[in-house]
Design a protein around this ligand. Structure first.
Ligand SMILES: [Zn+2]
Length: 180
């Protein structure tokens, strides 16, 4: 129940918060990053699309709107991420982790090793069989040690935000790591 509420959360993030947007995408969240948006256009998008609005600006909750607005007060992106996770009713479900392109925000799709062989180093093809690609930028992701480090950070952020995740072992068998 809790998880379902968390799954439906999505974000619009202001231009000061690019790393935060990327961190939220690691968890599978739809986090739109507005590079050029001024505050009124960010707010409009948040209202229209039911997104949480994350901003560095010190702004008050707009009157008459039920938009969730978080003023991100922390400086380091890790602390910002924990601040956002803490505001959620529960932890993001591990089966959604690593399902989005960290660069584009698009949902990844499964591809066979043959389909991505041109874009993946040979040694990676020889030890991995599961690949996903971004339909927008074509970047290929696969399991690897780097994503294992990411996963550990993500579990730590969740703990610091007060969310235990039931059975860490239920997470993705391997995270995903992108080629260049
Ligand atoms: Zn992409």
């Amino acid at each position: 129940m809790e998880n379902r509420a968390v799954e439906s959360i999505c974000f619009v993030v202001d231009r000061m918060l690019g790393v935060l947007a990327r961190n939220l995408r690691m968890f599978g969240f739809d986090a739109v990053y507005e590079r050029s948006g001024d505050f009124p256009s960010l707010l409009l998008r948040a209202v229209r699309e039911g997104r949480w609005l994350l901003t560095r600006r010190r702004v008050k909750q707009p009157l008459g709107s039920d938009v969730v607005l978080l003023n991100i007060s922390e400086d380091p992106p890790e602390a910002q991420t924990i601040q956002v996770l803490r505001a959620m009713p529960g932890p993001p479900p591990p089966d959604r982790w690593f399902t989005r392109c960290l660069r584009c925000n698009d949902l990844l799709r499964e591809v066979s090793p043959e389909e991505c062989s041109e874009r993946v180093p040979e040694y990676v093809l020889s030890i991995h069989s599961s690949f996903r690609e971004c339909p927008r930028c074509g970047r290929v992701y696969w399991g690897g040690s780097h994503s294992e480090r990411m996963r550990k950070s993500m579990i730590r952020w969740l703990k610091d935000a007060g969310h235990g995740i039931h059975g860490d072992s239920h997470g993705p068998k391997s995270g995903l790591f992108a080629g260049s």
